[in-house]
Design a binder for this molecule. Structure first.
Ligand code: ADP
Length: 611
């Protein structure tokens, strides 16, 4: 920014010009007039002094013409001296020649008597203004008038010179004033411009501080302002730093809270008093199927179309107390637990709704109920039989050895059944809880199948069933020997139990790329397709009474399923009512390279999914 562009400079100089030029003009004109007046007065005074001196000399003179000649020699430029003799009202000059252009009239006489000056115009084409001073004197009994005429023009040159000098001096003084003013303004505006440039936001802070420090050295108000600005700059910088740190901390806290809220599996929706959403996390979007187009700023009813949900939120808002609701999501029928907590005060007053999917909890509760029911049922039948037998024995049957033997056998059988049931439940509990120790090692599946076939051959023969197992080549799978034997044993046991006499049960082995499929097929009653998904549940039986009568506990397939999970095996079932069923277990094969001499031992994984 140059000096000329400075507003202060332009305004001050403008004001100076506006005020000073008329003043200078008026001063010059006044002085000029004064010089003129003073010059005229001086001219007049000098004429009078001269005339007085001449008159004295004339009065002392003996010969007038000679004296006059001497006097005229002393006259100045433009001056004439006349001695007028009044004779018979004719005015003669001293040498006797009459003067036509002048008369000793009353004007001259009065002026002479009163010693006043006369001014008259000489009509010589230039219309010069002449000054005349007259004195009356008597010489040798004659009355004379001595008149000194003088042309003021002679003194005008000096007067004009004096006027010009005055004007020049005034203009010079004005110019000096202007220059001094400009220097003074520039001395002030330059640091102000520096400050104004240096205080712009894009200027580096250190540059700005240097500039302010430099100006603060001045011993004037600008120096004080600059020092104050320097202190202000430092204070501002400190405050900005503090604010920035606070902002960073707050932002960090906000980010942390957002990350925590986003990582929650529960849905969280925060709304203001008007139920306009201010926050919703990914969990809420997932649970309530809220699309990306809906977000903070939208009304709650635009995101959630479940009337009871909206009612509970409204209730929490109006009552100022937390409200909860369990409802089934119309979209996926999941059980949701909603807790709406109002925020009563502060800038974020509104409500926070937390939505939790409690479907698993409810399912586990149902399973626990079913399990208790199942156990009660299973225990009830044998205990009832035992109680009935012991009652009968006490009431006299004990006296009859044959009856006593029969009832005692029944008590024995039912006790055995109870024991088996409890052992099976304990096994299931161990498998489910992961406390069963498994030893993963290369196991020959062919050997397990041979052992199982041998174990069940007697039972099959007793029930008039054919248990087939073709020669199987040794095939290694990575599994726990005892657990694999339990899996295959339970399936063969079921197949033998649910196949009528005369039927067939076959065990086949079919390797694939990564594992081995073991299939246990029977020609039994089969299972309706709709019930295939349920037979792995605890205590579930397709035909309750018939199955129970066949000695099943209702836990066999449940144990098989949990063991398969722990062994990284997979079980599947195909069945046709009236034709038979095929249960297939896939075991992972041992990769030749991964056979290690030491078997890997670990507990069963805790079962995540229940039946
Ligand atoms: P259970 O001890 O009663 O056999 P499981 O859990 O082993 O209990 O089997 C559950 C139910 O599945 C049985 O009660 C039975 O109704 C049905 N089931 C299991 N295996 C077969 C099969 N091979 N053929 C027909 N039904 C079967």
């Amino acid at each position: 920014m140059t000096l000329v562009n400075s507003q202060i400079f332009r305004r001050t100089i403008g004001a100076f010009l506006v005020l000073s030029l008329p003043a200078v003009y008026a001063l010059t004109a006044t002085m000029q007039a004064r010089v003129e007046t003073e010059s005229k007065l001086a001219h007049e005074r000098m004429a009078w002094r001269q005339l007085q001196s001449f008159a004295n000399r004339v009065q002392r003179a003996r010969a007038l013409p000679e004296t006059l000649e001497l006097i005229t020699q002393t006259l100045l430029d433009g001056q004439t001296l006349q001695l007028l003799l009044k004779q018979q009202s004719q005015v003669l000059t001293i040498d006797g020649t009459p003067i036509t252009d002048f008369t000793v009239n009353s004007v001259v006489r009065t002026a002479a008597q009163q010693q006043r000056s006369l001014r008259y115009i000489v009509p010589d084409g230039q219309d010069r203004s002449m000054l005349a001073v007259c004195l009356r004197l008597e010489w040798q009994a004659n009355e004379y008038f001595l008149m000194l005429t003088s042309d003021p023009a002679a003194s005008l040159t000096a007067q004009a010179r004096t006027g010009r000098m005055l004007r020049e001096a005034t203009v010079a003084a004005w110019i000096i004033c202007l220059i001094c003013l400009m220097l003074a303004i520039s001395g002030t505006t330059r640091p102000m411009q520096q400050m104004s440039d240096g205080l712009k936001p894009n200027v580096d802070r250190h540059e700005r501080e240097d500039m302010l420090l430099q100006i603060s050295d001045r011993q004037d108000e600008l120096g004080e302002i600059s020092a104050a600005l320097f202190r202000l700059e430092n204070e501002l910088h400190t405050r900005i730093n503090t604010l920035e740190q606070t902002r960073r901390h707050s932002q960090g806290a906000v980010d942390l809270l957002t990350a925590v809220l986003e990582s929650m599996i529960e849905g969280v929706i925060a709304t203001d008093r008007e139920q306009r959403m201010v926050f919703l996390n990914g969990g809420a979007r997932r649970l309530l199927s809220i699309g990306d187009l809906i977000g903070p700023g939208h009304r709650l009813y635009e995101a959630v179309r479940i009337p009871p949900f909206l009612d509970i939120v409204q209730e929490a808002l109006s009552s100022g107390e937390a409200r909860s609701l369990e409802y089934r999501n119309p979209r996926d029928h999941a059980h949701h637990l909603l807790v709406a907590t109002p925020i009563l005060q502060g800038p974020h007053a509104g409500v926070v709704a937390v939505i939790r999917d409690v479907s698993d909890v409810r399912r586990l509760e149902a399973m626990r109920r079913d399990f208790v029911n199942g156990v009660s049922h299973e225990l009830k039948t044998p205990l009832t039989v035992i109680q009935a037998c012991s009652d009968t024995l006490r009431n006299g049957a004990l006296q009859d050895p044959q009856s006593a033997e029969r009832f005692l056998t029944q008590i024995d059988e039912q006790s055995d059944r109870l024991l088996q049931l409890i052992l099976t439940m304990l096994q299931l509990s161990r498998v489910e809880s992961g406390s069963e120790i498994l030893r993963f090692e290369p196991v020959d599946l062919a050997q397990i199948i041979r052992e199982t076939t041998s174990d069940f051959q007697t039972i099959a023969s007793s029930r008039n069933l054919q248990l087939n197992c073709h020669d199987i080549d040794p095939i290694l799978v990575r599994t726990d020997h005892q657990a694999a034997r339990t899996v295959i044993g339970n399936l063969v046991d079921n197949a033998l139990r649910y196949t009528p006499a005369g039927g067939t049960v076959s065990i086949a082995v079919k390797p694939d790329v990564r594992g081995v499929n073991v299939s246990i097929s029977d020609s039994g009653d089969g299972i309706p397709e709709t019930l295939l998904g349920r037979i792995f549940e605890r205590f579930y039986r397709v035909e309750q009474d018939r199955s129970r009568a066949k000695g099943g506990s209702g836990l066999g397939l449940s144990i098989v399923k949990h063991l398969c999970n722990s062994l990284h095996a997979r079980i599947s079932v195909e069945s046709t009512v009236g034709t038979g069923s095929t249960f297939t277990v896939w075991f992972p094969r041992v990769q030749t390279s991964s056979i290690s001499p030491a078997p890997e031992t670990r507990k069963l994984d805790r079962q995540q999914g229940a039946d």
